[in-house]
Structure formats: structure tokens, C-alpha cells
Design a protein around this ligand. Structure first.
Ligand code: NAP
Ligand code: MG
Length: 403
């Protein structure tokens, strides 16, 4: 059999712990036998990040800018415990944060749905994608506690030194708290463009919601920017595809989301996205079945699993025990990247392979072969729990039938 070719290299970002083990298994069992795996490899494993003073993370993001498509393994974000475990020179920043800042991208999370696992909200029969604006608002706030008798104002000093003031509150008979928030037109516009682009990519409706009735300048500004960009740059494309941009109040959005069947993209402000993405992930059953893609406003894509490095399983693995770790989200990160690369390079056989590999994975689970996390959730009769490697081997058997 001649192997499928990849015209333009895919940026491959290797990672840590159990997901690093899974990464290699996926490549060895499901990719290398079928594809001439043309990747530019960056080792984002914590040891190598430490050796390179995190330069490797910056390089991998630059490579994504150059080639357009990346696939990333989960990585450790160092904390105090990791400092000693890996003997780190510094508490290196989260690679995801670094890459997101360089690509100026938005993260879209989509669940993978299989028969036998019913979402907690049973009407959600289609995947609901959540996009979180990952800049500003309370995540870059300034807060103060305020003593009784204080007067608090917003003060803006412009470039010419002119001041504009607005009263926040006079704390006449009690102490209290205040908080300053900001966002930028640049960041909101990037977020909007990433969302519109992704909706076109997925051929799905885009929903966006804020609290603009209460926050008449701040939240309303998000609404206005989305509207302006949509009308100027995207309306025609949406009309052609028969998809819709739908704006509503956040409360109304929440009510509608619960009643919906899924199958659209829900763009959220930073805090809404933080909270709602956990709700959506939980409702669909398992974090191990949630994919994630970072999309930049100019259309660069970085695919990954939404979960972390599954540390607890890794320590079992190190002790020589077999684990039953779910590889599906990591596998779908690969298929996402392969398909996107195929689309951009116009190599249909690569897209077809990605489709078939996803189909084989879902078929394997729906036939009753699954890892422990899904085994606990699945209502299929005759379901069978297998270990990490056995699952991938079973997927390969299904894949062979489709090729
Ligand atoms: P985690 O790796 O997502 O795992 C938390 C728990 O969820 C696991 O212990 C496991 O539960 C379950 N789980 C997650 N993924 C699974 C899978 N594929 N198959 C089966 N079970 C799965 O989160 P964490 O333990 O909080 O974080 C570990 C490391 O990952 C940290 O160093 C963190 O910095 C990093 N992290 C990285 C990313 C990223 O790179 N995108 C994201 C989040 C966290 P049971 O133990 O009950 O089986
Ligand atoms: Mg959260």
C-alpha cells in the first residue's frame, strides 16, 4: 500500500505524562502505517521546555504561524509541586497560554458524541461548541477594598492629559469593594473574527450573548463590534452557506441553549465561557471526549484534547500497571489537524483518511469496546472495558474495514 502524503508539514507539539504515552501509541498504531507523517516536531514535554528556557514553546507557535496547522499533546502547567518533581529553573508559564497569546486565538471546545452515552441534557443530540473569549474582563481586573467614607471614581487620562471622571459609588456609611475591568477593541474584534471564521468552517450557526441591557457601554460594545464585523465581512458568506448569526441576551441564550438540540457554536464572553464550558463538558459526559481547537483571526488552527496529562494514570503506568486511559480526544486532535491540512492543501485522500479514522473510533465504542471512563457511563449491553493500547488496536481493526 502506498502511504498518504502530507504536502505541507503539520506542526507537531509533543507533551507530557500519560498523554505523551498515548501520543506515541496513536502515531505508531493508527497514523504511521498509513501516512507519510510529514510533521515538524517540537517537544513541549516539560523537561525539554526547561532545557530550552521555554524557547521551544515560542518556536512551535511561530511554526504554526508559518504552516497554519498544528496538533498539540496535553502539557504540564508547572506549579510548586512540579518545580521539585522536574527540578525546574523557573515556573514556566502554561504553554497553552503562551501559544494563545502569540496566535491571538480563540479556543473552541466540541464534544464527541457516541451512542450509548446520553448527555445529562438528553435533548443535546448534536455537539454544542463553546467559544470563550480568553482576554480581559475579571481575568485582568484591578480590585480594592474600600474604607467607609470613601468616594470611588473611574478616571481616564487620555494621551493629551485630559481627564474624564465618572462616579462609581460613595461609601457613606459602610466599607465595601470595587473592581476595575477592561477589554480592547482589538481583542474583541479578533474574537469575533475567529468565531465567524469557525462558524463558516463548521457550516454551523453562531450564537453570541452579553448583558447589554444592563451594561449599556461595556457589554453593548461587544455586541456592536460583533455586529459591525458581521455586516461588513461575513453576512454574505453566512447567507451563501445558509447559516445564521444570532445575538441575544445572555439569560435568554442560557434558556435557549438548554431547550436546544445542539449543533451550533456558542460564543461567550470570558467569564460566561469559563463557567458555561464546564457545564457543557459535564453535560456531555466525559472530559476525555471533548476536543479543543485554537483558531486565530487570520485562520491558523491548533488542535488538542481538552483534558490534561492524566497524571494519576501516568503514575500507574510508571509502576508497570496497565491503564485504561481514553485516547479519543487526542486522536480527534490528530484527525482535526489532518483534515484541516488536507483542506488547505487540497489533498482529498488526507481528508478522507481523517473522516474514516474518526468513524472507526466511534464505531469501536458503539460496538461496545471502550476505556474505563466510558464503560462507567455507557448504557450499551455487552460493553467491554479494554486498556489504553487494546482500544487503539480495536480502532485499527475497524479502520482497516473502512480503508
Ligand atoms: P486531567 O489530566 O484532565 O485529569 C483529571 C482526571 O480526569 C483524571 O485523573 C481522570 O480521572 C480524568 N481524565 C481526564 N482525561 C482522561 C482521559 N483521557 N481518560 C480517562 N480519564 C481521564 O487534569 P489534572 O489531573 O488536573 O491535570 C494534570 C496535568 O495536566 C496538570 O499538570 C495540568 O497542568 C495539565 N493540564 C494540561 C492541559 C492542556 O495541556 N491543555 C489542560 C488541563 C490540564 P480518574 O483519575 O478518576 O480516572
Ligand atoms: Mg472553568
Amino acid at each position: 500500500m502506498t502511504k498518504i502524503q502530507i504536502k505541507t508539514p503539520i506542526v507537531e507539539m509533543d507533551g507530557d505524562e500519560m498523554t505523551r504515552i498515548i501520543w506515541k501509541m496513536i502515531k505508531d498504531i493508527l497514523l504511521i502505517p498509513y501516512i507519510d507523517l510529514n510533521t515538524e516536531y517540537y517537544d513541549l514535554g516539560l523537561e525539554h521546555r526547561n532545557e530550552t528556557n521555554d524557547q521551544v514553546t515560542l518556536d512551535s507557535a511561530e511554526a504554526t504561524k508559518k504552516y497554519g496547522v498544528a496538533v498539540k499533546c496535553a502539557t504540564i502547567t508547572p506549579n510548586a509541586a512540579r518545580m521539585s518533581e522536574y527540578n525546574l529553573k523557573e515556573m514556566w508559564k502554561s504553554p497553552n497560554g503562551t501559544i494563545r497569546a502569540i496566535l491571538d486565538g480563540t479556543v473552541f471546545r466540541t464534544p464527541i458524541i457516541v451512542k450509548g452515552i446520553t448527555p445529562y441534557i438528553p435533548t443535546w443530540t448534536k455537539p454544542l461548541t463553546i467559544a470563550r473569549h480568553a482576554y480581559g474582563d475579571i481575568y485582568k481586573n484591578t480590585e480594592l477594598t474600600v474604607p467607609e467614607g470613601s468616594k470611588c471614581e473611574l478616571v481616564v487620562t487620555d494621551s493629551k492629559g485630559c481627564e474624564t471622571r465618572a462616579l462609581i459609588h460613595e461609601f457613606k456609611d459602610t466599607k465595601g469593594i470595587i473592581q476595575g475591568l477592561h477589554n480592547t477593541d482589538k481583542s474583541i474584534s479578533s474574537f469575533a473574527k475567529s468565531c465567524f471564521n469557525f462558524a463558516i468552517d463548521k457550516k454551523q450557526d453562531l450564537w453570541f450573548a452579553t448583558k447589554d441591557t444592563i451594561s449599556k457601554k461595556y457589554d453593548h460594545h461587544f455586541k456592536d463590534i460583533f455586529n459591525e464585523i458581521f455586516e461588513a465581512e461575513y453576512k454574505e458568506k453566512f447567507d451563501k452557506l445558509g447559516i445564521e448569526y444570532f445575538y441575544t441576551l445572555i439569560d435568554d441564550a442560557v434558556a435557549r441553549v438548554i431547550r436546544s438540540e445542539g449543533g451550533y457554536i456558542w460564543a461567550c464572553k470570558n467569564y460566561d465561557g469559563d463557567v458555561m464550558s464546564d457545564m457543557v463538558a459535564t453535560a456531555y459526559g466525559s472530559l476525555a471526549m471533548m476536543t479543543s481547537v485554537l483558531v486565530s483571526p487570520e485562520g491558523l488552527y491548533e488542535y488538542e484534547a481538552a483534558h490534561g496529562t492524566v497524571q494519576r494514570h501516568y503514575y500507574k503506568h510508571l509502576k508497570g500497571e496497565t491503564t485504561s486511559t481514553n485516547s479519543v480526544a487526542t486522536l480527534f486532535a490528530w484527525t482535526g489537524a489532518l483534515r484541516k491540512r488536507g483542506e488547505l492543501d487540497n489533498t482529498k485522500d488526507l481528508c478522507d483518511f481523517a473522516d474514516k479514522l474518526e468513524k472507526a473510533t466511534i464505531q469501536t465504542i458503539e460496538n461496545g469496546t471502550m476505556t474505563g471512563d466510558l464503560y462507567l457511563l455507557s448504557s450499551l449491553e455487552g460493553k467491554k472495558k479494554v486498556n489504553t493500547e487494546e482500544f487503539l488496536l480495536a480502532v485499527n481493526e475497524e479502520l482497516k474495514k473502512l480503508l
